[in-house]
Design a protein around this ligand. Structure first.
Ligand code: SF4
Length: 261
């Protein structure tokens, strides 16, 4: 009998390309365990990814996968879901991919409440291209392109998608891996636009040891019961979990009623 990871991973491509201690591998592992837990059929599931370090997941997951262009993962995923609403469609993006280049796709997918599971791996900078500032970089933070500190306030991705209409929104860090796993499982089973923001460290560009980054996450991020409007970027938890009409189902109803005219 094959081990779980052999059924869901393309083991021939391992070991992966991520830097030692990178959180991308932690999120990939959480996804594999969460997917297995849900009992969903991998043959009815499509995984879409964008560009960036997180985009490599589609190489390792043994599903039908599409590695798309920068910022357009949600646009491809929307097309796949509209073509066949029976499919489970999962979208992996980095924070730059999702909230900068693909920012409009993100807010409009949320606004429509289309049944996609978006896993946004947030390392708060552009990792693959050299550690540049991103829309999620904390104010004052030094990056390759802000050596004297970032002058811009950051996006809070969870707040952004909640305000735009996402019906499942959770944020955890790579230190809280069991909670990420549970949130991904819930998001996969959720009907509507679901977002799991997975905050990770980037040891290469943050110039910190992986253990130091995990310790920072453990000490800094807190799970408090707060309304979404009051959360800070260091709050973690399941912020939104509600049922609202889903886009492809509404579309089907409109198509059926149009046929009757
Ligand atoms: Fe991970 Fe950073 Fe390396 Fe990218 S650059 S693989 S985010 S540690």
């Amino acid at each position: 009998m094959k081990a779980l990871y052999e059924n869901l991973l393309r083991v021939k491509y391992l070991p992966h390309v991520w830097c030692a201690g990178c959180g991308n591998g932690i999120v990939l592992g959480a996804f594999v365990r969460a997917f297995n837990y849900t009992g969903l059929d991998k043959n009815s599931t499509v995984i879409v990814s964008g560009i960036g370090c997180s985009g490599r997941v589609t190489q390792y997951l043994d599903f039908d996968t599409v590695h798309t262009t920068h910022g357009r993962a949600l646009a491809f995923a929307t097309g796949i879901k509209l073509a066949n609403p029976e499919l489970n469609v999962v979208v992996f993006m980095g924070d730059g991919d999702a909230s900068a280049i693909g920012g409009n796709h993100l807010i409009h997918a949320a606004r429509r409440n289309i049944d996609l599971t978006a896993i946004i791996i947030n390392n708060s900078l552009y990792g693959m291209t050299g550690g540049q500032v991103a829309p999620t970089t904390p104010e004052g933070e030094q990056t390759k392109t802000t050596p004297y500190g970032n002058p811009e306030p950051p996006f809070d991705i969870s707040k952004l998608v909640a305000a735009a209409g996402a019906t499942y929104v959770a944020r955890f860090t790579s230190y809280h891996v069991r909670w990420i796993e549970k949130a991904i499982a819930e998001a996969l089973l959720h009907k509507g636009f679901s977002v799991v923001e997975a905050v990770i460290g980037c040891p290469t560009h943050m110039k910190k040891k992986p253990a130091e980054l995990l310790k920072f996450q453990k000490e800094k991020f807190k799970r408090r019961k707060l309304p979404i409007q009051e959360i800070t970027p260091y709050d973690i938890g399941i912020f939104i979990n509600e049922i609202k009409p889903e886009f492809t189902e509404k579309l089907k109803e409109i198509q059926e009623s149009a046929k009757r005219v």
